[in-house]
Design a protein around this ligand. Structure first.
Ligand SMILES: *Cc1c(COP(=O)(O)O)cnc(C)c1O
Length: 372
């Protein structure tokens, strides 16, 4: 079987348009932050339906500056999910806020509103839900909770550009949202990130923080302590071309996911992704559950598919409350604290779903799982 085409878990959809756009920027004499970044910010805000978008060097930088921009006090509590990429929890820690986890919903893999409500204390100031795998967080429920307890919502939309709830796009749901343009994400610039918001003050603050607190790109008027988290025009040029293709790319992801779900649903012990009514899931990842009813264990299935040239992965094998450095920082989280997230880590498996897959590839994935 080793002669068969390797099916990667992710593949950036880069065409001649991106290559030409980069060449134009390289020849223009302006390759750092410039007009392409400004154009990207305008287009990205339009896509999300927000007043502002600010381009940054990564999704991590977007979470970091967004959290900083909220001006919370040290030790104010921010509640988030244990099932995410480490950046989500790490930026809360690096901003000096108190990291509080709440368990996830077992069907959606996203933060569970009921579990969050139980964790709210006098010190809680914000909730940081993640649109995991491309499915928006339960915004209707969280909006009610945030209102009742006077909390801010910061959305980690790094995996969910173009997703929506009843046509209201990710990026427009929360006080502030963070996006990533990393190579494996639905649209990419290699590296890169953005924040979106409707609050002018927050957007302005993030714009200053990305360039050492300076008010303009080359003024030495330092308003606040800041970083260099700027995006280059080279990256912005790639991202602008990707934005032109986002509808087609997303449609292909959704179609691939539908095809996989339809066939995998019939296999005992395989649970395909759940999409709540009114939600648009953009399938950054297509994550199934492999339960005890399946003939093989999750890890055995992973190995079998890998050996057959199908690149499947576990996002994520370890819940974030169990990362080793939390203990040293004075946190006492332990195994058993978040049973739904912990069980998910044992059962989840992400299959290739990216737009460059052919029907033949999808059929091969389904066939391999049936044969396993
Ligand atoms: C990718 C990702 C990030 C970080 O984005 P980078 O651009 O890689 O820094 C943060 N959160 C989630 C959920 C992600 O998937």
């Amino acid at each position: 079987m080793s002669h068969r085409r390797h099916i990667p878990i992710a593949h950036p959809a880069i065409g001649k348009e991106e290559i030409r756009a980069v060449t134009r920027v390289l020849c223009s004499g302006q390759i750092a932050q410039g007009p392409m970044v400004a154009a990207l910010e305008k287009k990205f805000a339009q896509l999300c339906g927000t007043k502002f978008a600010v381009a940054l060097s990564s999704g991590t930088a977007a979470l970091d500056l967004g959290l900083k921009g909220l001006n919370l006090c040290p030790q104010d509590e921010v509640i988030t999910t244990p099932l995410s990429f480490a950046a989500t929890a790490n930026m809360i820690l690096l901003q000096g806020y108190r990291l509080v986890f709440a368990d996830i919903n077992q069907q959606t893999f996203n933060l569970d509103p009921d579990a969050v409500e139980k964790k709210i204390s006098k010190k809680t100031k914000a909730i940081l839900p993640v649109d995991l795998y491309g499915l928006p967080f339960d915004f209707p429920r969280f909006k009610t909770i945030a209102k009742k307890h006077h909390l801010l919502i910061i959305e980690d939309a790094c995996q969910a550009v173009g997703a929506a709830i009843m046509n209201k796009k990710t990026g427009s749901l929360a006080t502030m949202s963070a996006f990533s343009l990393y190579a494996s994400k639905n649209i990419t610039a290699g590296e890169g990130g953005l924040i979106t918001t409707n609050q002018q003050k927050l957007a302005q603050k993030v714009k200053e923080l990305r360039q050492h607190g300076q008010t303009g790109a080359s003024s030495y008027d330092y308003r606040q302590l800041g970083y260099n988290f700027k995006m280059t025009d080279i990256q912005a040029a790639i991202a602008l071309e990707q934005l032109r293709k986002i509808k087609t790319l997303t449609r292909k992801r959704i179609r691939n996911a539908q095809f996989l779900s339809q066939h995998l649903a019939k296999i005992p012990g395989i649970i395909p992704p759940f999409v709540p009514k009114g939600f648009t899931h953009v399938f950054h990842l297509f994550t199934i559950r492999v339960t005890a009813k399946f003939r093989l264990s999750r890890d055995q299935l992973l190995e079998y598919l890998q050996q057959n040239g199908i690149d499947v992965r576990v996002y994520y094998p370890q819940p974030l409350h169990l990362v080793p450095y939390l203990k040293k920082m004075g946190y006492n989280y332990k195994k058993g604290d978040f049973p739904v997230a912990e069980k998910a880590c044992q059962e989840i498996l992400s299959l290739p779903v990216h737009p460059l897959l052919k029907k033949m590839d999808l059929k091969r994935i389904i066939k391999a799982i049936k044969e396993a």
